[in-house]
Ligand binder design. Structure first.
Ligand code: CA
Length: 229
């Protein structure tokens, strides 16, 4: 599933964009401040960013420039000010598309789809190799978000995949449930850390030959979990 980041401080606009994108099957995260948005864009795996220009914390010009230093996913700039759009175009900061507010949400969705299709063609053309993690019989394709156990593909929910990948990338390290909850679920998530236990159980059912004697994710009693390598 494609994951989209909306960096927008006007909550009503961000929510409207999110609703339409989710209806089209995208996973959407909203950042209401510029500095937080940049951090998310650089550290999480997004496929596209929708970027407002006037933001608290850091403006969209700076965010666009700094994302482009590190990432090549499409950036779609939205602004209420035509002048700002002309300015960001003129600066050549590497945005892929521009929309003036107000715009129709369906137009936004159409453009998001077009840019993702174009980007996926570029990536699929072999410009980048998929990022793989292979540990014994377990193979995780981080780029395609697919998992194989002894050659057989298994399907994972988004959070199961994120949790398994996080543990596999940090083997031989014990993480408490609280730490895992913070790392894998969004910081703003309000939830029960018992969800970590539930997800570990589901992951084990898919990756372990014998769930009572786990080969990959060990329980360290009173401490948490460790991925065994
Ligand atoms: Ca704004």
């Amino acid at each position: 599933m494609n994951k989209i980041l909306i960096i927008e401080d006007e909550e009503s606009i961000a929510d409207l964009e999110k609703d339409y994108l989710e209806l089209s099957g995208f996973e959407v995260v909203i950042a209401g401040r510029g500095d937080e948005g940049l951090e998310e864009a650089l550290n999480e795996d997004f496929d596209l960013v929708i970027l407002d220009l006037m933001l608290p914390g850091m403006d969209g010009f700076e965010i666009c420039r700094r994302i482009r230093e590190k990432k090549d996913f499409p950036i779609l700039v939205v602004s209420a000010k035509r002048d700002d759009i002309d300015k960001i175009r003129g600066l050549g900061l590497g945005a892929d598309d521009y929309m003036t507010k107000p715009f129709s949400p369906s137009e936004l969705v159409a453009r998001v789809k077009a840019h993702l299709a174009r980007y996926e063609r570029l990536v699929g053309a072999g410009q980048k190799a998929n990022e793989l993690i292979e540990i014994r019989g377990l193979k995780i394709d981080k780029t395609a978000r697919r998992v194989w156990v002894d050659g057989e593909e298994k399907s994972f929910t988004t959070k199961e995949f994120d949790l398994l990948t996080f543990l596999a990338e940090n083997p031989n390290h014990v993480f408490s449930k609280e730490e895992l909850f913070r790392k894998v679920w969004n910081m703003e998530s309000i939830g029960d850390i018992a969800t970590v236990t539930v997800h570990i159980k589901k992951i084990r059912e898919k990756v372990e030959f014998d769930t009572s004697n786990p080969q990959y994710i060990e329980t360290i009693w009173g401490k948490g979990y460790r991925f065994k390598i």
